[in-house]
Design a binder for this molecule. Sequence first.
Ligand code: PD2
Ligand code: ZN
Length: 270
Amino acid sequence: MAPQDPARGRLLFEYAAAAGHTQANILVTNLLANGVAGRRDWPLAMERLAVEGRKLPDRQRALELVLGMNLNAVGDPKSVPKPQDLSEQPYARMFEQIFTESECDYLMSVAEDRFEPSMVYNRSGELVRDTIRTSDGAAFHWLIEDPAVHAINRRVAVASGTAYDQGEPLQALRYSPGQEYRPHFDFVDGATNQRLWTALMYLNDEYEGGQTAFVRTSLKVRGKPGDMLLFRNALNDGALDEFGEHAGMPVTAGTKYLSTRWIRERRWIP
Ligand code: PD2
Ligand code: ZN
């Protein structure tokens, strides 16, 4: 594989944008909003988004969504709801109604054209398809993380007491009847920058089955649209929390949409 150089890659997008390339301009705005591989300038990203919104309906929709959020000058939420305690082992908390219906609809609609069969890591660290995880997934990787998705990620960070830069890309997941995520740990064996937390955001209500089940305890969760479940995958000494084994139960009717974000110990973004 060619060596990765995200900062150089960002610079090339900046050149293309300055030369008038529309798509490169959009990507540069996204990178200014999230600060991946270079500087972060939220007010400038918002100004650019407003200009893009005059020509491009998708950008206008992202802009309107952000303007409806109660954000401070750097794009952080001014407040987040207090969580309900669900369990101490595993440590699990529910943030009810942390996202609005329009935010849930937005994530589902932006993901819709991007769904592909979900993958998992095998023992050699390669991403493969596996019957353990039969959903479809769409990752909002750094370049396509628009300012609205970015502001959603910042809300997850504030609620979880972590920094935005510790998060892996937000993923949207779609489960049709029979699809599931069988019991697993989100903890990655041997990782030096461990997945400490998992945030699951429930996006819709039009399905049956599909609860999030912690298989070593009796805890089963079905969030309402806009709710976020946050749980810890590791104990305070950094070791795996055995009680964190969990599953997305098979959906039996309808289609379930969910978003998930795995949060690392330290900075994860380039
Ligand atoms: O989609 C789910 O319900 C689910 C269940 C368990 C997702 C994940 N884990 C995950 O993304 O880690
Ligand atoms: Zn999981």
